[in-house]
Design a protein around this ligand. Structure first.
Ligand SMILES: *Cc1c(COP(=O)(O)O)cnc(C)c1O
Length: 292
């Protein structure tokens, strides 16, 4: 990338996407201690929530299977009940043995309420509950393992942000000299508070200008960026999270936001399973596709 040389900034990418094809990147980290807890507490079923393209749903289905647990996915959107077979993410989750239950968007909004959980408890046997996106204390603990001692030399560490659990873990295991930048993949002011619930340090900021219109929203510019980036680096980016972060980082480099000799580490949090689903949407709209 010529812009990095021009600005004399170095950029490394930590390939968490290579941990596992389906229990991808940060989702592996977030599930690790939750699965240990579910097993030590003698649960035989994981239950979680997600949308039709959720990396977390697939990761949970796969991790459950690999650990001899059953899994239940509560999926947003009743209309999917008749056409989940056409959805890459959901059919993969089903293939991995996940039982899918489709609920309306209205019901989905109430998923954290005790009445709703009680209803699930009467419908299904006991289960270990993972919140949407998988963020809880144990998930943050797992994400603290993303950085290791070998990463102590980096000045700046960048991560994509959904619920904020991943960056909270990274913040907690960073050194106070390091600066963390989170790139939210969605619009909203709630993220800062959510991160503060788990983060123990204040060495971080959010760059909120790179969400491309909101969660799962893309543009031809972003798709072109993904394809160009892959051509130059051979590194695939997902359109929901990591591409928005990488686009943001390079824009900030271009704008001279980093001093010369700054060493940046970007976390590739995975999410590549989502490309097929996104391409199906782009194809319907007659837009350029992401090269596989
Ligand atoms: C879920 C996800 C994120 C966001 O993680 P949070 O802990 O929810 O902030 C980032 N990148 C990828 C690829 C993801 O799948």
């Amino acid at each position: 990338m010529p812009i990095l040389e021009e600005k004399r900034v170095s950029l490394f990418i930590k390939r968490e996407d290579k941990i596992h094809a389906l229990i991808s990147g940060n989702k592996y980290r977030k599930l690790k201690y939750n699965i240990e807890r579910a097993k030590s507490d003698h649960f035989d079923t994981l239950l979680t929530f997600g949308g039709a393209y959720s990396n977390h749903v697939v990761a949970t289905a796969c991790a459950a299977k690999e650990n001899g647990l059953r899994s239940i996915g509560i999926i947003r959107g009743e209309e999917l009940a008749s056409k989940w077979q056409k959805n890459h993410t959901l059919s993969m989750a089903r293939e991995l043995g996940m039982q899918l239950k489709f609920i309306s968007r209205g019901e989905y909004r109430n998923k954290h309420l005790p009445q709703f959980i009680n209803q699930l408890n009467s419908e299904f046997d006991t289960f270990y509950l993972l919140p949407e996106g998988g963020t809880n204390n144990l998930a943050v603990l797992g994400c603290q393992e993303i950085l290791t001692q070998n990463d102590a030399d980096f000045d700046v560490i960048c991560s994509s942000v959904g619920t904020g659990g991943t960056i909270a873990g990274i913040i907690n295991s960073s050194s106070s000299k390091q600066h963390l930048i989170g790139f939210p993949a969605l619009k909203g002011d709630f993220l800062k508070e959510d991160i503060c619930k788990f983060a123990l340090k204040k060495n971080w900021e959010l760059q909120t200008n790179f969400h491309f219109g909101g969660y799962a929203k893309t543009s031809t510019e972003l798709i072109d960026f993904i394809n160009d980036f892959k051509k130059h680096t051979q590194i695939p980016l997902d359109p929901i999270y990591t591409a928005k972060m990488m686009y943001g980082i390079l824009r900030m480099v271009e704008a001279g936001k980093f001093k010369p000799e700054t060493k940046i580490l970007a976390i590739h949090t995975g999410g590549l399973q989502g490309i097929v689903g996104m391409n199906a949407i782009l194809k319907k709209k007659n837009l350029p596709l992401i090269n596989l």
